[in-house]
Design a protein around this ligand. Structure first.
Ligand SMILES: [Zn+2]
Ligand SMILES: [Zn+2]
Length: 420
């Protein structure tokens, strides 16, 4: 394809640039998340952006929308098939197995923050490169961990200032009891599928659980009338689910049980959960998570690695809390008058920046400089001319009160010191 060299190049469809001041909100959200992860003894893991394609087809499930329709898969130069990660749990478990993290002490609590890639239809709040904040607790099948992970998620949402969200939970059973439910679902769908959407018709045969994910309006009454998985749980799964609910109640965490919520990924078992938020309209899921006790084995591990995790859609979370964004304030604006003052001001600026202040230095006429200082919302301005340099005292102006005082370098540093 020939493209004119004068064609203006834009960001690829479905991707976007994150610009200031919005990035301030992104950073704040991530800082809150990191602090809460730390409080719960989680540590960061960074896995590659691309992996072997079969990691996701085996780990996420061949019949899921992600694998059948949405992956960015490409052939590498040596002919191997690679895929940009559409989610991160499979990668984290791969790393856990590959580096024998099971041999480390205790439950491995890992978190990640980074971009994922899915070729979805672009719409508000959905991007083909999107960001997730997620975590995995690997090495325990205790329902206490499920409750702690859910508590952690709720703390992050509260910490970033999200309110009015709703926690939905479910149990999707395990290898012991789910097959019976799937059989029952298949039987129920045998005569109903013909009147459903084409995806449901196919899934009714290949993976009936996925029918429950269908968003097609006309199919909803049929799906609502299907049997609930919670009525098919075996004793162990029932006990696990009851314990999770009890531990959430102990913590004062409100939830609703949603038996239809089986989540889009095949590796989930027992506990699944989701948080929805009103501000986001139809695309109202802020995060999803669940337990995946058999995932490691499905990736070829001989080590049993039961785990539970979640991923927050950071784009949507930021969109929900963006209302309270304030541009980061500039502490000090320096206006040097003349060449000697400019060189002197540059050293001062470096010193103040080293002490943790945000400083801007702009050459030019004083009037113009003060206009810029106002536009940048500077807390203070410092005007430097030859007299100030000679005296070692500078005119510091408080931009909100208009008060101006003559101070030494050290006195300015003390007055502007960032509050700890
Ligand atoms: Zn359908
Ligand atoms: Zn079971």
């Amino acid at each position: 394809m020939s493209v004119s060299p004068t064609t203006l190049i834009k960001a690829v469809k479905g991707t976007r640039d994150l610009l200031p001041p919005s990035t301030e909100v992104w950073n704040r959200v991530e800082q809150v998340a990191r602090a809460i992860f730390r409080a719960y003894n989680y540590h960061e893991i960074r896995t590659p952006i691309f992996e072997e394609t079969q990691l996701f087809s085996r780990g996420v499930g061949t019949e899921t929308d992600i694998v059948t329709k949405e992956m960015y898969t490409f052939e590498d130069r040596d002919g191997s098939s690679l895929t940009l990660r559409p989610e991160n749990t499979a990668s984290v478990i791969r790393a856990y197995i590959e580096h024998r993290l099971d041999q480390r002490t205790g439950v491995q609590k890992l978190y990640y923050i980074g971009p994922m890639f899915r070729r979805e239809r672009p719409q508000k709040g959905r991007y083909r490169q999107f960001f997730q904040i997620g975590a995995e607790a690997i090495g325990s099948d205790s329902p206490m961990i499920d409750a702690e992970v859910i508590e952690l998620v709720v703390e992050i949402l509260r910490g970033v200032g999200l309110s009015g969200f709703k926690l939905l939970i479910n149990s999707v059973g395990d290898h012991n009891c789910r097959p019976q439910y799937v059989e029952r679902l298949k039987a129920e769908l045998a005569d109903k599928a013909a009147s459903m959407c084409s995806d449901c018709q196919r899934r009714a045969e290949t993976n009936p659980l996925r029918v429950l994910d269908c968003k097609v309006e006309a199919d909803q009454p049929i799906i609502d009338a299907l049997p609930h998985i919670t009525d098919f749980l075996c004793d162990d799964c029932r006990k696990h689910f009851d314990a999770v609910k009890q531990y959430l109640t102990d913590r004062g965490i409100e939830y609703e049980v949603r038996p239809r919520m089986v989540r889009g990924l095949d590796y989930y078992m027992r506990t699944t959960f989701e948080v929805v938020h009103g501000a986001l309209g139809a695309q109202n899921s802020v995060l999803g998570g669940g337990r995946y006790d058999g995932l490691a084995e499905s990736l070829g591990s001989k080590v049993h690695a039961p785990g539970i995790g979640f991923s927050i859609g950071e784009d949507r979370l930021v969109m929900s809390v963006e209302g309270d964004q304030t541009p980061a304030a500039l502490d000090l604006f320096i206006a040097p008058l003349g060449d000697a003052a400019l060189r002197h001001a540059a050293i001062l600026a470096r010193d103040f920046r080293r002490s943790g202040l945000s400083v801007e230095l702009v050459e030019g006429k004083l009037k113009r400089a003060m206009e810029i200082a106002n536009k940048l919302g500077a807390r203070y301005t410092l005007i430097i001319g030859d007299n100030e340099i000679a005296a070692g005292r500078y005119a510091l102006k408080n931009m909100s009160t208009g008060e101006q005082v003559e101070l030494t370098h050290d006195e300015i540093a003390a007055r502007l010191a960032p509050s700890k």
